[in-house]
Design a protein around this ligand. Structure first.
Ligand code: SF4
Ligand code: SF4
Length: 432
């Protein structure tokens, strides 16, 4: 039995909470709202009351449980090790079971869970996006022309002309492979940031890694889990475990913390009692590794490949990459090794940017209030570019640039590494 089958399964986690209030200090939502119901302790009280029959599954409860970024800052701070994210996901799944899924979410998720349909929709969207969005002059992105569920002030990145996976063969061969890895692209790199995906492929080719990019892979399911549609996520988890477990690879590379966390933790958790999938899910989870960790700890950062980049860069830690997958050092190691690049640490680099995937869609003003602290921290570094390791954070950071009158480019760390490789090639050409 898992928390997704029955909310009763979170009872032990609830009991661990000693109501100390340490989580108040770090909760980005509480810091803005100052409401007890926003912080982990308050949500734990609510869910406790729900389990004891003192509260019902009302709209108000749904709203209050929805007011969480699942950033895990409280989990990291909690002296009792309360897994607040697990409690929140369990509660949201129970709410959906009792109240049903909102019709708009139901319609969106019914497309997301059908990879072919989703893919077709995104390709059509990429061709028609000029009708729905008007390009912003200073930031890479566009404002919606109509209020179709998006805040009109928002900057949205353009959909890639062609999804990343349709630009790549299923197996990217190299002459003398030293490693074999699979690549889980995630939706944002596949549909939005395809150029960053191509940069990653180039870096791995230059390190003699044979890369398999399964065509049937699809959304990791995190947006659905965040909205309580655990039933659909369970099917997505099984499908991904089937797709990736049949590959003869040593590692499965991920490029966003949410996708990696889904494979490493949530799939395993959801499938732990399934006799057919439990072991398979664990084996797949063991192979999951973020690209920056892969570069630093598996293939090794070959400094002879690095060319000079004269730029000042700061780094934002995505919540699920840092607290979900434990990746914190490798992106910094990569950036600090690049000749000419000045790395400046921003204040509270591991504080949530306010995106939390769809949270920024449903709570735009609050998400930007949270983001304001991030923008201030970036500004103080005087960096001329921001790097991070998650597409959802890139979207939020780019939107924040517009909102808070900054105009810095935002990159995946792997793009900066690819730029350094290119600079080296140029240096070599100039010498010859
Ligand atoms: S820090 Fe942990 S134990 Fe303390 S109130 Fe928050 S969730 Fe409960
Ligand atoms: S996960 Fe983040 S937003 Fe949610 S209660 Fe914990 S600290 Fe607050």
């Amino acid at each position: 039995m898992t928390v997704y089958d029955s909310i009763d399964e979170v009872r032990d986690e609830l009991l661990k909470c000693m109501k100390c209030g340490n989580c108040m200090e770090v909760c980005p939502v509480y810091i803005e709202t100052k409401k007890e119901g926003s912080v982990a302790r308050g949500k734990i009280r609510l869910i406790d009351a729900l389990l004891n029959g003192d509260l019902d599954y009302t709209e108000g409860l749904e709203e209050r449980i929805g007011l969480c970024l699942t950033c895990m800052a409280c989990v990291a701070k909690c002296p009792c090790g309360v897994k607040v994210d697990k409690i929140i996901f369990g509660a949201r799944a129970a709410i959906v079971k009792n109240r049903g899924l909102h019709p708009v979410k139901k319609a969106i998720f019914s497309v997301v869970k059908r990879p072919k349909l989703f893919n077709l929709g995104m390709i059509a969207g990429s061709k028609l996006q000029g009708l729905a969005f008007k390009k912003h002059v200073s930031v890479t992105g566009a404002h919606p022309r109509f209020p179709f569920g998006l805040d009109m002030r928002r900057i949205i990145p353009p959909l890639a002309a062609k999804p990343l996976r349709s630009q790549l063969p299923e197996v990217i061969k190299v002459p003398n492979p030293v490693k074999k890895a699979a690549f889980f692209t995630g939706c944002s790199m596949n549909f939005l940031y395809a150029d960053a995906g191509l940069a990653l492929v180039e870096v791995l080719k230059k390190n003699n890694v044979e890369l398999t990019v399964p065509k049937e892979q699809h959304c990791c399911g995190m947006p659905l889990l965040a909205h309580g549609d655990a039933e659909t996520v369970l099917q997505m988890a099984k499908s991904h475990v089937d797709i990736f477990s049949k590959l003869d690879v040593e590692h499965i590379i991920t490029v966003c913390g949410s996708g990696g966390t889904m494979f490493q933790h949530h799939y395993v958790d959801m499938l732990k009692d399934d006799p057919e999938y439990a072991e398979k899910a664990r084996r797949v989870a063991d192979k999951i590794i973020d690209i920056s960790d892969y570069i630093v700890t598996v293939i090794g950062l070959d400094e002879s490949k690095l060319g000079t980049l004269n730029m000042t860069v700061t780094y934002h830690d995505p919540c699920h990459l840092n607290r979900g997958m434990g990746v914190k050092d490798s992106p910094r190691i990569i950036l600090k090794k690049i000749p000419g690049l000045k790395f400046v640490e921003m204040k509270n680099a591991d504080r949530c940017c306010g995106s939390a995937g769809s949270f920024s869609l449903t709570h735009y003003d609050l998400s930007m209030d949270i983001h304001r602290h991030k923008s201030d921290a970036i500004k103080a570094t005087e960096a001329d570019a921001v790097t991070t390791g998650c597409g959802s954070c890139i979207m939020q950071l780019a939107d924040g640039m517009n909102r808070f009158n900054m105009n810095l480019p935002v990159y995946y760390t792997i793009q900066i590494l690819a730029k350094s490789y290119e600079a080296k090639e140029m240096e070599k050409k100039q010498k010859s």
